[in-house]
Ligand binder design. Structure first.
Ligand code: SAM
Length: 268
């Protein structure tokens, strides 16, 4: 299919921006963890440009929501499917995850993610103990939120969650011209190397309060959910200044504050 046909063919509803510049596909492949033989989960293989390179060296389990693309992929990769190098699941990846049917063995996640559900997918992968690493293309602003360090203005609840289970970094940026059709925004490839497990809906709830108004003081954000005197006591105990803003303390500090206020969030 030529590029102008591709642009018409793409379904906006499913966030279809196909990565057509091969130099960026190569850069994604070079950024992959390469010291094991774990299977790769690819979300949204689309027309299969990234998949084609992945199956050369890896065993791939793919999840694609668009039935037209599932048919296209089944024809393109007939041989690889027969040789069991590639398995294509046709449906919404979040449904597979919710049913506990994604992949019940350790795996690496690699994807050019549909932007409309990129954050929920990354959050799912962070809490999935089978997922060992996450290498995904997302909108640049989203990548920054996951990879930011304390004191940077982008440091957010997403940065705290990512650094709770591993280390996050932006590998490189990708301009709109690399895609057909072109998105309106710049993209970035984000790598999260996981080395710990952590699942706590209560901690996520606590972070939602902490970062509810990112430019306000942390103390006042937390006081909207918890008795202010109690928050003050905890800040004094931990030596955290009461005028600190949410992005100015570390992931460790967040865990310490949470441990001291946990009873407020348990069972909520
Ligand atoms: N991997 C291809 C590439 O790099 O050119 C396509 C990437 S495109 C940004 C996102 C892909 O995710 C599309 O193929 C789209 O149909 C698929 N997709 C969107 N929502 C999905 C979902 N909930 N579950 C699985 N696939 C989804």
């Amino acid at each position: 299919m030529i590029n102008s046909d591709l642009a018409k063919f793409a379904n906006k509803k499913f966030g279809q921006n196909f990565l057509k510049d091969e130099s960026y596909i190569d850069k994604i492949i070079q950024s992959m963890p390469n010291n094991d033989t774990l299977r790769v989960v690819e979300i949204g293989p689309g027309l299969g440009d990234l998949t084609k390179v992945l199956v050369q060296n890896k065993n791939v389990v793919a999840f694609e929501i668009d039935k037209r693309l599932c048919e296209h992929l089944s024809l393109t990769f007939k041989q690889e499917i027969l040789e069991k190098k590639l398995l294509i699941n046709c449906g919404d990846v979040l449904t597979y995850w919710q049913k506990g049917e994604l992949l019940n063995e350790p795996y690496h996640l690699i994807a050019n993610l549909p932007y409309y559900i990129a954050t929920p997918i990354i959050l799912k992968a962070l809490e999935d103990t089978q997922c060992q690493s996450i290498l995904v293309m997302v909108q640049k602003e989203v990548a920054k939120k996951f990879a930011a360090n304390p004191k940077e203005k982008e440091f957010s609840a997403l940065s705290v969650l990512a650094s709770t289970v591993g280390t996050a970094k932006i590998c490189f940026e990708v301009p709109p011209e690399a895609f057909v059709p072109q998105p309106k925004v710049t993209s970035a490839v984000l790598m999260i190397d996981k080395n710990r497990s952590w699942q706590s809906k209560e901690f996520e709830q606590f972070l939602r309060h902490a970062f509810a108004q990112p430019r306000k003081k942390l103390m006042s954000n937390l006081s909207s959910a918890i008795d202010k005197e109690r928050v003050k006591e905890v800040f004094i105990k931990l030596g955290i200044p009461d005028n600190i803003r949410p992005h100015e303390i570390t992931t460790d500090d967040y865990h310490k504050i949470y441990l001291n206020l946990k009873d407020y969030f348990d069972g909520k």
